[in-house]
Design a protein around this ligand. Structure first.
Ligand code: NAP
Length: 183
């Protein structure tokens, strides 16, 4: 069984967690609110035994590091990490990469889900170890004729899922023109 970690998996990426369970991943989810996780657990139904939650603020890097080490000791190395991270950039991706690197030497895949601003940002990709295949998944907007709108959760989930299944970078929806994004 492969192991996946989804940071921020109790929000708009809930559907991705369920799809990964369907793909026979054991899925680890990080969030702060256990009630949100309970709802996800209910949605998982018979797949819930393969779902594990850790209530923590991922900006607390020491706690994140300890938990990622612990889960790998118990269940083996992570194969896939999906990171949807809020707020100031504080090195969450690098922390997870370092911890995974302690448990595996073979290649693994990290999907960094980012908002549309990433499409116009010159921020370099995080410095990750050579065995980490870093993929950027940028969430854009939907262009529906004369109007634009933000993506629905199902569209976001499908776009991230496709990126994971095809092991590639992706733009979900469109990011151009940047000025065309919904207000
Ligand atoms: N391009 C687009 O169309 C686009 C892009 C981005 C967002 N959106 C929309 O915007 C809405 C709001 O986005 P959102 O990101 O706020 O919602 P979200 O994905 O629904 O929630 C964020 C997720 O991250 C977790 N989280 C947040 N901060 C955390 C922290 N410090 N430590 C650990 N976990 C943390 C949350 O759990 P806890 O609260 O339990 O910590 C939750 O699981 C989305 O529902 C989506 O519809 C659209």
């Amino acid at each position: 069984m492969k192991n996946a970690l989804v940071l921020g998996g109790t929000g708009m990426l809930k559907g991705l967690v369920l799809k990964l369970l369907d793909e026979h991943f054991r899925v680890f989810v990080v969030g702060r609110d256990a009630a949100k996780f309970s709802r996800l657990e209910t949605m998982a139904g018979a797949r819930a035994p393969y779902l594990t939650f850790m209530a923590l603020d991922y900006h607390e890097l020491g706690r994140l590091e300890q938990w990622v080490a612990h889960l790998q000791l118990m269940h083996g190395p992570l194969d896939v990490v999906v990171a949807w991270i809020h707020g100031e950039y504080t090195g969450v991706v690098e922390t997870v990469d370092r911890e995974v690197g302690l448990y595996r030497v073979s290649p693994w895949d990290l999907y960094h889900v980012q908002g549309i601003r990433a499409s116009v940002s010159s921020e370099p990709k995080p410095a990750v170890a050579p065995n980490c295949r870093y993929h950027r998944v940028v969430l854009g907007y939907a262009d529906v004729g004369s109007q634009t709108r933000w993506l629905h959760h199902e569209e976001i989930v499908q776009g991230v899922y496709d990126a994971v299944m095809k092991r590639r970078d992706a733009v979900v929806g469109t990011v151009e023109p940047y000025e065309g994004r919904p207000g």
